[in-house]
Design a protein around this ligand. Structure first.
Ligand code: SAH
Length: 359
């Protein structure tokens, strides 16, 4: 594990009055037009942010000097700073970003063959309270802004050499993305812009604890994203124990909403299943998952638990894991085991923030 400070200096001034230039709703283009500036300048500014990695408006040397000063007064450019940067031997890199109000969030770059996947956060903390997850231990502090979500993408993209590009996004960091859809969707739209990161929607996965009304909203707004639903148990009693929000929702409603999303999108759904040793990893549990999947065109993504310090949950034994997978495969279910990456840098969501807070 290696740690280093920020690759380029950036201030995180707590200045909520200024609009974030990375937020598509910032009104940058209209602001430029009001000043009699040509429309292409908005694109030029975005290119500085994306490709040329400007740290401030002052760096945008092809803009008139007065305009740079006016931009600085009106818009914020970076609102985060890199508090910790870790690298693991397998190429995984993790950033702990300090936000302008002192909160901290995590985001991760994963390298796998040609893939350059980023895992981003949607909230500071999480309100869902899943009993095994480090992100929700202290509840949720606030939603991230659109600009803060886009900044994670650009900070991680800036870790790549110039000839490489981000290829995939998974919204699987801290927080419940469907509880912050209004800020997430514009950020993901920005990620798709061909003039910017140009990441196609098919390569963007949103992972949810399973909030039916919000799944329906996403289906109505934009069903092109790949949806992953965190299942973790195939019966209500066990799921409510592990995922407390299930108590008020229930598996039947989660599955029905997932099916509606599938109908709207036509894309195979993913169900995530964290394997907790001795808790939800028996062959009977696997058989129940297979029954629940039934004939659905779904992929079950099995995630061996990534132990969190101070929590009582265990990783599954390799034998239990293989038995569990065997039952699913024998039932004809599409299964994938999430390979663990970045273990030496506590890459599971919420872990770095906690260990940094403890230090
Ligand atoms: N709120 C979203 C995103 C959470 S993170 C959701 O619930 O889907 C993505 C996945 O990682 C979720 O399935 C989550 O339950 C799981 N997860 C959380 N902590 C974990 C840990 N310590 N080990 C393995 N998986 C974990």
């Amino acid at each position: 594990m290696a740690q280093e400070s920020a690759p380029f200096a950036s201030s995180a001034t707590p200045d909520p009055g200024r609009r974030h230039v990375l937020d598509p709703a910032s009104g940058l283009a209209a602001w430029l037009t009001e000043r009699g500036q040509p429309g292409w300048r908005a694109g030029a500014i975005r290119r500085w942010m994306h490709g040329r990695r400007a740290a401030s408006f002052a760096d945008m040397t092809d803009l008139p000097r007065d305009l740079r000063a006016d931009l600085e007064a009106e818009f914020r450019i970076w609102s985060t700073s890199i508090a910790v940067h870790q690298r693991a031997d397998d190429g995984t890199e993790k950033l702990l970003l300090a936000l302008a109000d002192g909160q901290r969030i995590e985001c991760v770059l994963l390298r796998d063959g040609d893939r350059r996947t980023v895992c981003i956060s949607s909230q500071v903390g999480c309100a869902m309270g899943c009993v095994f997850c480090a992100s929700g231990i202290d509840g949720v502090a606030r939603n991230l802004t659109t600009g803060e979500i886009v900044e994670q993408l650009l900070r991680l993209a800036a870790l790549l050499p110039a000839e490489e590009r981000l290829s995939h996004i998974v919204v699987m960091g801290m927080g419940e993305p469907l509880a912050n859809l209004d800020r997430l969707l514009p950020a993901l739209a920005e990620a798709q812009d061909p003039q910017g990161l140009g990441i196609s929607q098919r390569r963007i996965t949103i992972s949810t604890v399973g909030l039916p009304a919000a799944i329906d909203r996403l289906a109505a707004a934009n069903p092109g994203y790949h949806l992953a639903v965190s299942l973790h148990a195939a019966d209500d009693a066990l799921r409510t124990r592990l995922v407390p929000v299930n108590k008020a929702i229930g598996l039947a409603d989660v599955m029905a909403a997932a099916d509606r999303y599938w109908e709207a999108s036509g894309r195979r759904l993913t169900f995530e299943y964290v394997l907790l040793g001795g808790v939800n990893d028996s062959p009977d549990h696997a058989a129940a998952v297979a029954r629940l999947m039934g004939r659905r065109a779904a992929l079950v993504n099995v995630i061996p638990y990534n132990a969190v310090a101070g929590m009582p949950w265990q990783e599954p034994t390799p034998a239990a894991r293989e038995r569990f997978l065997g039952v699913l495969r024998d039932a004809g279910i599409n299964v994938q085991v999430r390979r663990r990456k970045g273990e030496s840098i506590a890459a599971a969501c919420g872990q770095l923030r906690r260990s940094a807070a403890d230090a």
